[in-house]
Design a protein around this ligand. Structure first.
Ligand code: HEM
Ligand code: HEM
Length: 137
């Protein structure tokens, strides 16, 4: 298995565990929802769902279509940006960054852009894998 695909899937499962715990905490303490809701949703959807899809797609699509991704090194860059961005967004949101309007908000936006850049690398790599298969020898 592609080593980065393996890393994406492992991280997806870790985010699922964290997201589920956070969902349970909101269920027990609904008054914490304002801070925790965003983190619960994004750990589950951006962490678990998107990373699981990325990991499986990076492994499967190049094999399905007999064509390598156009930028193999971009998979590691995506992995780093996606994780650093999601963890950074979650931490700054927990600290109130989304509504602070100050430096913390700017830091939140920085992490959001980091995550977005990682996802765009995935879009680029997976989109071009789906072009016509390369001719075999
Ligand atoms: C045992 C596991 C889970 C528990 C206990 C749980 C709990 C909750 C709670 C209490 C809320 C309401 C939050 C609020 O209104 O402040 C919520 C919302 C949400 N959860 Fe979970 N959750 C779980 C798993 C998941 C998973 C696996 C996903 C996605 C893959 C997910 C996605 C969402 C989304 C998208 C919302 C927002 C729904 C909306 O906008 O109304 N949750 N969850
Ligand atoms: C670069 C990536 C992303 C960034 C920067 C981002 C940022 C945000 C922000 C700022 C909000 C508004 C939060 C609020 O009003 O409190 C939001 C809401 C939401 N996002 Fe994302 N998001 C990203 C990716 C995703 C992805 C990939 C999914 C789903 C697969 C997703 C699902 C949602 C949902 C369901 C809500 C509504 C939450 C609610 O009902 O309170 N997001 N996101």
């Amino acid at each position: 298995m592609n080593i980065y695909a393996n890393w994406f899937i492992r991280m997806a499962l870790i985010y699922l565990a964290l997201g589920v715990v956070m969902g349970a905490v909101i269920g027990i303490q609904p008054e914490w929802s304002q801070r925790l809701r965003f983190v619960h949703i994004h750990l589950n959807l951006l962490g678990f769902v998107t990373m699981m899809i990325a990991g499986v797609a990076y492994h499967v699509l190049p094999r399905f279509n007999a064509r390598p991704v156009p930028w193999p090194g971009g998979i590691l860059v995506h992995f780093i940006l996606h994780n650093a961005g999601l963890i950074g967004m979650s931490a700054t949101h927990l600290a109130g960054g989304l509504w602070s309007g100050g430096l913390l908000h700017a830091v939140f936006v920085g992490f959001a852009l980091m995550t977005g850049a990682g996802l765009l690398i995935m879009v680029y790599n997976l989109f071009f894998v789906l072009l016509a298969p390369r001719e075999g020898p």
